[in-house]
Design a protein around this ligand. Structure first.
Ligand SMILES: Nc1ncnc2c1ncn2[C@@H]1O[C@H](COP(=O)(O)OP(=O)(O)O)[C@@H](O)[C@H]1O
Ligand SMILES: [Mg+2]
Length: 1006
């Protein structure tokens, strides 16, 4: 259904032909070929005509045009079908395969290479190194396989002489991660013999024409192919092949793929050894067989890393086991030649299989775990030898043509037979389209007991002398009545068949006359055990690996190996099984002429191919048939979102009804048919349109799903948070409760504790109770203080007040507050400070009490003060609740001067250890004294003095400023001055001296 191509190029899809007739089909094919349109479609089958010229249609730009497009969107191309297979694999997780068929030289191998290139080009957008490596290996392996497996034939300069099925494995992202190559029956007879005009495998000519001098010398070979019996026929053939350049390309490719230098060298040695083998000739001397050119034997021994004696022995003798004895039996010259050729063929075949094995080792998917990497899907590409008819057709052609029969049968099964059967099964009105079913030919070849292979195997099993003629007689006996088999014996008038030599099979693609000569030998494929042992015992490890069964001793080899025909049949059956379980895509190649001309469209040739490929039937089925079918439930599952009747679920009587409604709604009713269990869609366009609508809806569904899912997630999160909160709250309550319970427990007996609970360690509160704990501690402290205070007498109460006052005023500013000791206050009455003078002081203070009527002495102490002459004098200080008195201790404490307490505005002390105190007065006549004469001498009474005076002021609710400073600012006799405290070592008592801006108090510093 390809558009974008004008009709001048013919119809891109044969389905569009006005009439389905062979004439119109051929006319369209020819027109397109002549206009340079080598690809056409029959629905999804690509028909390709070999252009025999370089076409500029495989470049990067073309790849881009086809990438991700649907089949009908672009003109027909291999890339389109490769993309379709790739999409099916990626979208639907399907294993797919691309089956390329057509006769020899029709362009199968080229097509398989373009398909590989396309797949390589569109994958790995992220340029992963590993994927690039795999792709490179897959592409490079082609070059090596062609060198060893392809040869020039009369039909094709690069004819594949082996079958190749390559699986490419993809990861879930659709990137190639590895592959596997299956090779089928190599035409090894070509190693020893080629028909006129043909060549042996490319590898031999490449080595001779491209190998460097030194290499050839080390292999003891010369450049001229004519020097070697096995390949000299092909040596004269002219062709466009550039063996020299190919040699280098293949050597490079082997290196890239990972063959070691030793391995590559061994490959050359094998090729050289085969060439030398071909030149060996045998003669007889009396009864003894000998090799006429023994020098060659030593060269071969050298190349095979074995002793030349052993080589010679293996060529001339055969070890046979008779009962328990083992004897060496001498060959006849004929047997020896047979053995030599068998060895050459087997060595080449093993070499080829070993190369494929080595490539597989390297490209194999490694470390793939489906659970981690997702499903591993496969695209298989089958490029197998095409149907061929030669002048002389032998066992190989028979196998090759059988293979093509099998593939044709698969095509018929999938495209023609199953399709029509399905329409009938589903009750779709259908007019049967006749086609030729070649199952009968397949059976002719492979059927048990009756088939040609069976007869051949039977003949080979016979003991005694079995000849090819015996085999032919067997065929004639068994197949005399078969419509597709004949021989001269069965049709005596047919001169094209030789008596006792030929038989003819009517293949789907034409009649082929096979000559039975060599069938028995080729089927038995005998290689004397001696050769296997010879090569197994080579000191070259590659040979050892190629010939593992050489390990067995002669007496251990009992089982008859499977015949070549059976092996081939089995491999074909498993190949077809493998293909049948994949979604197939077909490329049908047509060879326009026999002379490799880009211009010639030989009508007869092409018509024949179109006929036997069943293209016309294919077209008829296609035109009458349906491009797509699906069971109703699965169809609904995929497309139900398109229609409101079916989304999200339909309530119609059946899925079939629902599908009908859906398709009617889209306006596709005319293009579909409803079967019993499946819906059939005629044109791909309808399907693509459904796909498009689906893709558009899927986006909306995805958004919808996202929305629902996001909501669900949010709700889940919210529920979890709420639950968390409940737990949190319960936990907090528990923590608070247990804290309070613990506090209760610890402080239960607080009243009876000696220290009223001061020593009790508070439990750790939870964070929320941090402030509560502070408050609790505060309450406890207050209660504790109150409990302590309430038992005190009035005298003690006063002392506590004084201490509190002192603490409040000086805390943190002076260290030695003396809070720990009892504060006596009136020190001069005690005999501690002044043992001699206490009585006179008591007398004087009594008189003053009477005179000034004070209630209580706040403080008394000996001091040192500065007099008017800036000199220090010893005095005593008495502070009552009314006055502050200075007294002369030398004159029985005669009062000198009194200052009424209400005149005192403040006190200043230093932060040091000294006992300096300044009483600030309203009239700026501050009193500066330093307490002294304490016992013990280090006792500090500054804290007590401040506390006593301040406590008293507080009780009278009067203010008193207390400063802690150094130096201390004061006013003496109205003049401002400072008092600096200095410590002096070696000083015994405090001393005042005049300083620059006031006075310096020097105190003993120790
Ligand atoms: N698409 C193509 N473009 C150009 N030449 C082609 C193309 N396909 C085939 N040929 C030519 O035809 C020859 C034979 O093709 P090949 O693929 O080897 O055939 P087959 O594998 O079917 O036997 C190639 O060597 C090449 O010269
Ligand atoms: Mg090929």
């Amino acid at each position: 259904m390809a558009e974008h191509e004008s009709l001048e190029f013919g119809k891109a899809d044969f389905v569009l032909l006005d009439n389905v007739s062979l004439e119109e089909f051929m006319a369209n094919l020819k027109l397109r070929f002549e206009k340079g349109r080598i690809y056409s479609y029959i629905g999804e089958v690509v028909v390709s005509v070999n252009p025999y010229r370089a076409m500029n249609i495989y470049g990067r730009d073309m790849v881009e045009q086809y990438k991700g497009r649907e089949l009908y969107e672009r003109p027909p191309h291999l890339f389109a079908i490769a993309d379709a297979a790739y999409k099916a694999m990626k979208r639907r997780n399907k294993d797919t395969c691309i089956v390329i068929s057509g006769e020899s030289g029709a362009g199968k191998t080229e097509a398989s290479k373009y398909i590989m290139q396309y797949i390589a080009a569109i994958t790995n957008p992220n340029q992963r190194a590993e994927v690039e490596r795999v792709k490179n290996m897959l592409l490079k392996s082609n070059c090596v396989l062609e060198a060893f497996g392809n040869a020039k034939t009369n039909r094709n300069d690069n004819s594949s002489r082996f079958g190749k099925y390559m699986d490419i494995n993809f990861d879930f992202k659709g990137d190639p991660i590895g592959g596997h190559i299956n090779n089928y029956l190599l035409e090894k007879s070509r190693v020893i013999f080629q028909q006129e005009g043909e060549r042996s495998f490319h590898s031999f000519y490449q080595l001779l024409r491209g190998g460097p001098e030194s290499l050839l010398r080390s292999l003891h070979i010369q450049k001229d192919p004519k020097a070697y019996t096995y390949i000299k026929v092909g040596g004269q053939v002219k062709s466009s092949i550039n063996d020299g350049a190919d040699f280098k390309a293949v050597a490079d490719a082997m290196k890239v793929i990972g063959f070691t230098t030793d391995e590559v060298h061994t490959v050359y040695k094998i090729l050289a050894a085969i060439l030398h083998l071909g030149n060996l000739t045998f003669g007889v001397d009396g009864d003894v067989i000998l090799i006429e050119n023994p020098k060659v034997v030593s060269v071969i021994g050298d190349l095979l890393s074995t002793k030349h004696d052993n080589v010679e022995k293996a060529l001339l003798y055969r070890t046979v086991a008779t009962g328990r004895d083992v004897i060496d039996k001498q060959h006849t010259a004929q047997e020896a030649s047979y053995g030599r050729d068998a060895l050459a063929k087997a060595m080449y075949e093993r070499l080829f299989c070993w190369i494929v094995g080595r490539i597989n080792d390297i490209i194999e998917v490694k470390n793939y775990d489906a659970r981690v990497h997702g499903k591993n899907t496969v695209i298989g590409v089958l490029d197998i030898y095409g149907f061929e008819i030669f002048q002389n057709n032998s066992f190989e052609q028979f196998c090759i043509n059988y293979c093509n029969e099998k593939l044709q049968q698969l095509f018929i099964q999938l495209v023609l037979k199953q399709e029509q059967e399905e329409y009938q099964r589903e009750g779709i009105p259908w007019k049967h389209i006749d086609y030729f079913n070649n199952q009968i030919i397949v059976d002719l070849v492979e059927q048990q007991h009756k088939g040609i292979f069976s007869v051949l195997d039977e003949a080979c099993m016979n003991v005694g002398k079995v000849t090819d003629e015996v085999f032919l007689q067997g065929l004639n006996g068994k197949l005399a009545k078969h419509a597709h088999y004949t021989s001269r014996k069965l049709s005596p008038t047919d001169k094209s068949l030789e008596f006792d030599r030929d038989f003819r099979v009517k293949h789907y693609a034409g009649n082929v006359v096979y000559s039975v000569v060599g069938f028995i030998d080729k089927n038995k494929d005998t290689l004397f055990q001696d050769f296997k042992r010879l090569l197994y015992n080579s000191s070259n490890p590659v040979f050892k690996a190629m010939w593992p069964e050489g390990k067995l001793r002669i007496t251990e080899v009992t089982k008859r190996p499977l015949t070549a025909a059976t092996l081939f049949k089995n491999s074909m059956i498993s190949l077809v099984e493998n293909l049948a379980c994949k979604e197939p895509y077909y490329v049908r190649c047509i060879k326009p002429n026999d002379v490799k001309s880009p211009l010639l469209f030989e009508h007869e040739r092409c018509r024949h191919q179109v006929e036997y490929l069943g293209l016309l039937e294919n077209l008829r089925v296609r035109r009458a048939g349906f491009a797509y079918r699906q069971t109703y439930p699965r169809f609904l599952q995929r497309y139900k979102m398109i229609s409101e009747f079916t989304w999200p679920n339909h309530d119609l009587a059946s899925d079939q009804e629902a599908v009908k409604r859906l398709l009617q709604g889209c306006g596709f009713d005319h293009d579909v048919a409803y079967g019993k269990t499946k819906v059939f869609i005629r044109t791909p366009r309808t399907l693509f349109s459904l796909e498009e609508q689906r893709a558009a809806m899927v986006q909306r569904i995805v958004v919808f799903l996202q929305k629902v899912w996001r909501g669900t997630i949010a709700r889940m999160r919210c529920r979890r948070m709420r639950a968390g909160l409940v737990i949190l709250r319960a936990y907090r309550r528990y923590k608070v409760k247990s804290y309070i319970r613990e506090v209760n427990r610890r402080f239960k007996n607080v009243k009876t504790m000696k220290d009223y609970g001061r020593h009790v360690k508070w439990p750790m509160p939870p964070k929320v109770l941090k402030r509560f704990e502070e408050a609790l501690k505060n309450i406890h402290s207050r209660w504790w203080a109150w409990t302590l205070i309430k038992g005190l007498n009035p005298e003690e109460v006063l002392q506590v007040r004084a201490k509190v006052a002192s603490l409040e005023a000086l805390k943190g500013q002076r260290a030695d507050l003396g809070l720990q000791r009892a504060w006596e206050g009136n020190y001069l009455v005690s005999t501690r400070d002044s043992p001699d003078a206490a009585s006179s002081f008591t007398l004087v203070s009594g008189e003053l009490q009477r005179k000034d009527k004070f209630m209580r002495v706040l403080f008394s102490c000996n001091v040192r003060k500065i007099n008017h002459f800036h000199k220090a004098e010893d005095r005593a200080l008495l502070i009552t609740d009314r006055h502050l008195y200075k007294m002369d201790p030398l004159k029985q404490y005669k009062p000198m001067k009194s200052i009424p307490l209400y005149n005192v505005t403040g006190l200043s002390v230093s932060p040091g250890k000294d006992q300096l105190v300044v009483f600030h007065t309203k009239d700026s006549r501050d009193l500066v004294v330093c307490l002294q004469g304490m016992l013990p001498p280090a006792e500090s009474r500054i804290g007590e003095l401040v506390g006593a005076v301040l406590g008293h002021f507080k009780s009278e609710k009067r203010k008193l400023q207390v400063n802690v400073a150094s130096p201390i600012q004061c006013s003496m006799n109205g003049r401002k001055c400072t008092i600096v405290v200095e410590t002096k070592i070696n000083q015994t008592q405090p001393e005042f001296t005049k300083g620059r801006s006031g006075y310096i108090l020097s105190v003993p510093g120790n």
